[in-house]
Design a protein around this ligand. Structure first.
Ligand code: ZN
Ligand code: ZN
Length: 182
C-alpha cells in the first residue's frame, strides 16, 4: 500500500473519540515551549487525566496535514482550551476522559496530534526537539536527537513543503464546537 493510503487511528483513552490520520506525518517533534508545559499541567490536573509531559518536560507531537485528519466519531466530546482569550493556539481535549487530542495554530495547515493518542506500537519515533530554550531547569540532553532552541529550519521547511503540496490551503476544522470549562 502506498504510504499516503496508510491510516493510523488517534484515540482518546476511553475510545469514544477517534481521529483517522492518513499517510505519513509532516514531521514528529517534542516541544519544550513554556506554553505546551503550562497547558499540559492544566490537562494533567483534570479528573482522571494521565501524564501529558514526558519526564523531561517535553510534549511529543505528530504533525499531520489537516486535510489528512478525519474525525471518525466522538466530535461531541471535543472541546478547545486556550491559555488566554487572545492566544492564537488552541488545544483540543476529549472531555469524555480528559485526553488531549491535538493542538491547532490559528490559520495553520497542520494539526499537532498528541503522540500518546496513537497506540503504543504505532507511535512514530520523535525526529527532533524544538523550543528547548524553554526546557525545565536542569534538563540536559545527551543523545543524538537533534535539539533546537527555537523552531529549526528543517522543521519549518517540512511545514512549508506540506503547505505547497496542499496548494497553500488551510482547511477549516469544524468538528470542535465547545470550550473546556464551559
Ligand atoms: Zn474518551
Ligand atoms: Zn510548544
Amino acid at each position: 500500500m502506498p504510504s499516503h493510503d496508510m491510516e493510523k487511528m488517534a484515540h482518546c483513552r476511553c475510545g469514544k473519540c477517534e481521529l483517522a490520520l492518513k499517510g505519513a506525518p509532516i514531521v514528529t517533534s517534542a516541544c519544550y515551549c513554556s506554553s505546551c508545559q503550562k497547558a499540559a499541567l492544566k490537562f494533567e490536573g483534570l479528573a482522571g487525566a494521565e501524564p501529558v509531559l514526558q519526564t523531561d518536560g517535553g510534549t511529543p507531537y505528530v504533525l499531520q496535514r489537516k486535510d489528512r485528519v478525519h474525525c471518525n466519531h466522538g466530535a461531541e466530546f471535543l472541546k478547545e482550551y486556550r491559555l488566554s482569550t487572545e492566544a492564537p493556539t488552541r488545544r483540543v481535549i476529549a472531555t469524555c476522559c480528559n485526553s488531549p487530542m491535538f493542538l491547532e495554530f490559528k490559520g495553520g495547515h497542520w494539526l499537532s496530534v498528541y503522540r500518546d493518542r496513537l497506540a503504543p506500537g504505532e507511535r512514530p519515533a520523535t525526529e527532533m526537539r524544538t523550543m528547548t530554550q524553554d526546557r525545565r531547569a536542569g534538563v540536559e540532553f545527551h543523545d543524538a536527537l537533534p535539539s533546537y532552541a527555537k523552531h529549526s529550519g528543517r522543521f519549518m521547511w517540512r511545514l512549508l513543503s506540506a503547505w505547497i503540496a496542499m496548494g497553500f490551503r488551510s482547511p477549516r476544522i469544524d468538528y470542535v464546537t465547545g470550550y473546556l470549562d464551559d
